[in-house]
Design a protein around this ligand. Structure first.
Ligand code: FES
Length: 145
């Protein structure tokens, strides 16, 4: 059911933890399953993401996608990080079972929420970033599995 990469990131997740005095923190939840994700970003004066950590109260797919997402955004600038979609994360994991696709949205939304927090704290506008939903179930299309 899960690819080797998903199993690897689930059993050995990268970047778990929190960052004190983070540049941006984003928390999102999914009402459908009750899972919660929090992402911490450490962003330097040049807008480069030097460090990223996550904590989740979520399923295995949420852990694996968050682990991969944090690996993908680390070292990137803010604009590049914004381009990392849940699709890109899933591709990097060699795919997820269809019923688990919604789990990958938690990581993407949490990163966007953390970037939004960073932008608000620094009074800047990040092109292409809209105010994140606090609950990814909002506006989610109804999908029959
Ligand atoms: Fe909720 Fe996966 S089942 S995030």
């Amino acid at each position: 059911m899960y690819t080797e990469k998903v199993m690897d990131h689930f059993t050995n997740p990268r970047n778990v933890g929190e960052i004190e005095n983070a540049s941006g923190v984003g928390t999102v939840g999914n009402a459908k399953c009750g899972d919660i994700m929090r992402i911490y970003l450490d962003i330097d004066a040049d807008g480069i993401i030097n460090d990223v950590k996550f904590k989740t109260f979520g399923c295995g797919a949420a852990v694996a996608t968050s682990s991969m997402a944090t690996e993908l955004v680390k070292g990137k600038n803010v604009q590049e990080a914004l381009q990392i979609t849940n699709k890109a994360v899933m591709e990097a994991l060699d795919g997820l079972p269809p019923v688990k696709v919604h789990c990958s949205l938690l990581a993407e939304e949490a990163i966007h929420a953390a970037l939004w927090d960073y932008a608000e704290k620094n009074n800047i506008i990040i092109n292409g970033l809209t105010k994140p939903k606090s609950d990814i179930h909002d506006g989610e299309e109804e999908v029959e599995y």
